[in-house]
Design a protein around this ligand. Structure first.
Ligand SMILES: *Cc1c(COP(=O)(O)O)cnc(C)c1O
Length: 386
C-alpha cells in the first residue's frame, strides 16, 4: 500500500564475537550444567549487581521465574494473586499453576500499567501477592503499590519481563525491596532464546527458591536428600554465557531506545487518532521493550487490519495483548468466581486497550533518524487508509 521502501531496521536478536567466544568458553568447561560450570554463577552475580539486588537466581524461562517467585512468597491453594488484566498470560498462569486464584484488575488507560485503586478494591483476606507488570519497560506506580501493601502482609512481585535496566525514581529494579522476575526469551531486551531470572531482596527466600528450582536438593547433596517439593528449572551454562555477553550491550541499547522513543512518540502524537503510550516521570529509566500506541475508539477488527497494513509495509507491528480473562486458558483453573462479563465490566480500560492498541518491536527503536521518520510516515498513511 505504501509507496515507500520498507524502513531499514536492525535485526533482533543481535550477536557478535562476544557471544561466539562466550559459547566456546562454556563448551570448553567440559561441564554444561550449573552445578559443574561457572557461567550461571557468574551471570547471576553480574545480573544481581546490575540491578542492585542482593541475590539473583537464573532459571529456564520467565514463566518459571514468576512461578518460582510466587511459590517462594507462599502462594498456593487458598491464596489469591492480583494481576493486571492487560498482560502476557504468564503473569496469571504462573499463579494458577500453583493452585492459587488469579484476580485480574484494570490498568491505567495511558500507561497500561496496573491501576492501584483497582488493585486496592480487589484485596481480600486471601490476597498474598500483587504483581505489577512494567508494561513495555515503563515502571508501574511502585510508590502507590508500596503504600497500598504497607503493613498488610501482602507482597509485591514485579513482573519485569519487559524491564531489564529500568529505574523508578533513580532506584534500580533490585533496589525497590521486592522480588522481581525477568524473561530472556528470544524477543526480550537481552536473550538466550529462552531463559529467566528472579531477583530476591532477602537471603532466606533466595535459598528456598534455589532448593525448589533444583528438585528440592541442596547444592552439595550426593545422597538424594530432597528437602522440599520442587522441579527442575535450572538454567544451563550455554544460556548463561550468552546472557553475560548480551548484558554488555544493554546500556547503550537502552540509551538509544530512550532517544528514539522521544522522537517517535512525538511524531506519532501528531497523527490524528493516534495516542502513544504515556509516560510517568517517576519511571526515570525506561528500556522500551515495545513502542506502543492506541487508536482510541477503534474496533479490534479495524486495529488488526492496520497491523496487517503495517507489516506489509515493512514495519514490525503486532496487536497488543488480549485481556487475559478473554482467553480460554484463563478459565481452566484458578479463575475467580465471577463471569467474564463481570470482570470485563470492572476492567473498562483493558477492554479498550486490548482492542485498539498496537505495538512495534523494540528493534524499531534501534533504527536511525530517517528510518524512524519513515516508520512514523508509514503509520500515518496506514492509519489514514483505515
Ligand atoms: C515474556 C513475558 C513473560 C514470560 O516469559 P517467558 O520467558 O516467555 O516464559 C512473562 N510476563 C510478561 C509480561 C512477558 O512479556
Amino acid at each position: 500500500m505504501s509507496p515507500r521502501p520498507a524502513p531499514a531496521l536492525p535485526e533482533w536478536p543481535q550477536f557478535d564475537d562476544t557471544e561466539r567466544q562466550a559459547l566456546e568458553r562454556a563448551l570448553n568447561q567440559g561441564q554444561w550444567w550449573r552445578m559443574g560450570g561457572k557461567e550461571v554463577d557468574s551471570f547471576e552475580r553480574e545480573f544481581a549487581e546490575y540491578h542492585g539486588a542482593p541475590h539473583a537466581l537464573a532459571v529456564t524461562n520467565g514463566t518459571h521465574a514468576l512461578e518460582l517467585a510466587l511459590q517462594a512468597m507462599g502462594v498456593g491453594p487458598g491464596t489469591e494473586v492480583i494481576v493486571p488484566a492487560f498482560t502476557f498470560i504468564s503473569s496469571s498462569q504462573a499463579a494458577q499453576r500453583l493452585g492459587a486464584v488469579t484476580v485480574p484488575v484494570d490498568v491505567d488507560p495511558d500507561t497500561y500499567c496496573i491501576d492501584v485503586a483497582a488493585a486496592a478494591a480487589a484485596i481480600t483476606p486471601r490476597t498474598r501477592v500483587i504483581m505489577p507488570v512494567h508494561m513495555a519497560g515503563l515502571m508501574a506506580d511502585m510508590d502507590g503499590l508500596e503504600k497500598l501493601v504497607a503493613d498488610s502482609g501482602i507482597q509485591i512481585l514485579q513482573d519485569a519481563a519487559h524491564a531489564h535496566g529500568a529505574r523508578w525514581q533513580g532506584k534500580r529494579v533490585g533496589e525497590l525491596g521486592s522480588v522481581a522476575a525477568f524473561s530472556f526469551q528470544n524477543g526480550k531486551l537481552m536473550t538466550a532464546g529462552e531463559g529467566g531470572a528472579v531477583l530476591f531482596p532477602d537471603e532466606e527466600m533466595y535459598e528456598e527458591a534455589f532448593l525448589r528450582h533444583s528438585c528440592g536438593r541442596p547444592r552439595t547433596d550426593r545422597r538424594y536428600h530432597h528437602q522440599v517439593a520442587g522441579s527442575n528449572m535450572r538454567m544451563n551454562e550455554f544460556s548463561a554465557a550468552v546472557l553475560r555477553a548480551q548484558m554488555t550491550r544493554l546500556d547503550d541499547q537502552i540509551a538509544l531506545r530512550e532517544k528514539s522513543w522521544r522522537s517517535l512518540s512525538a511524531l506519532l502524537a501528531q497523527i490524528p487518532g493516534v495516542r502513544p503510550q504515556g509516560d510517568d516521570p517517576r519511571a526515570d529509566r525506561n528500556p522500551h521493550y515495545m513502542a506502543m500506541f492506541r487508536l482510541p475508539g477503534w474496533t479490534e477488527e479495524r486495529r488488526n487490519l492496520l497491523v496487517d497494513r503495517l507489516v506489509a509495509a515493512g514495519v514490525p507491528a503486532f496487536a497488543a495483548f488480549r485481556a487475559i480473562y478473554r482467553t480460554a486458558a484463563f478459565w481452566e483453573t484458578g479463575a475467580p468466581a465471577e463471569s467474564i462479563n463481570a470482570v470485563a465490566k470492572r476492567c473498562p480500560n483493558t477492554e479498550a486497550i486490548s482492542q485498539d492498541c498496537v505495538w512495534l518491536h523494540h528493534r524499531t527503536l534501534l533504527a536511525s533518524g530517517q528510518d524512524l521518520n519513515d516508520v512514523a510516515a508509514i503509520v500515518a498513511e496506514s492509519v489514514a487508509a483505515g
